[in-house]
Design a binder for this molecule. Sequence first.
Ligand code: GUN
Length: 304
Amino acid sequence: MTAQLIDGKAIAAEIRGEVGLRAAKLTEQGVRPGLGVVLVGGDPASQVYVRMKTRACEEAGIMARDILPGGDITQADLLAIVDDLNADPDVHGILVQLPLPKHLNETEVTERIDPSKDVDGFHPVNQGRMAQGSPEAFRPATPAGIQELIKRTGIDTSGRHVVIVGRSNIVGMPMSTIMLQKEDGANATVTVAHSRTKNLAEVTRLGEILIVAVGRPEMITGDMVREGAVVIDVGVNRVDDPSSERGYRLVGDVAFDEAFERASWITPVPGGVGPMTIAMLLKNTVTAAERALRTVASTQPSMG
Ligand code: GUN
């Protein structure tokens, strides 16, 4: 079997279009959706992500406020930035780009964000609500985007075996929670494999849907993919390539050419999962702004 490509770029563009319409409607009602983005220090990969997020916001009619403290900022000063964004009525969503420099306490920063503005879905309140099936919980953008890719490609997940490789707080762990939900695009039987898993290839070959988020270039080889599987590759890794103008090329966590020969559907890198992360972040931000508008409307004294 050879695979069909899951077009993350096209599906993300569709979602960004939908978000743009919702943002325009909000702006007409006097509320321009706003996202505060905090990037600590000058990590080049994070700078690229943040630039892409800011540009995507502007295209969708969302106000993006970038706050760029130096890498030597203290924990107290960073918490004060979060407090200011929590209190700012023009900011509906807050994103603190991870990872933070080693001297900062990521957990404390994440927990400082007002859960109603936590469009990253990393706050324990949102993670807990998501696990319990609350439709109100903000879901982390990457796993939510993967579910959307699967749904919009028309792939059925109900009762199927989803194998996730990787257990990070950003992708693997919330992905497993989402796939277990009693909802469209989930209802799956879920296995999570990770660095301590024994006989990894035997486990990955069980996956009718195989989702890989480990950050190791081409770790999943063709023989580890079940014939006819749907393969979702979250990895974006730079590998040296002297033949390329930039001196490197981007590869996923899956050996694409080999997996392509066995899978029924597969995401490319780049152009698969990556664009969905940004689209879902924008979607969460517009949702946060819609809720803020409803809260204001319901607490304003009636004119009658
Ligand atoms: N670093 C890598 N992915 C993400 C993400 O989705 N959100 C944040 N805040 N940081 C990240």
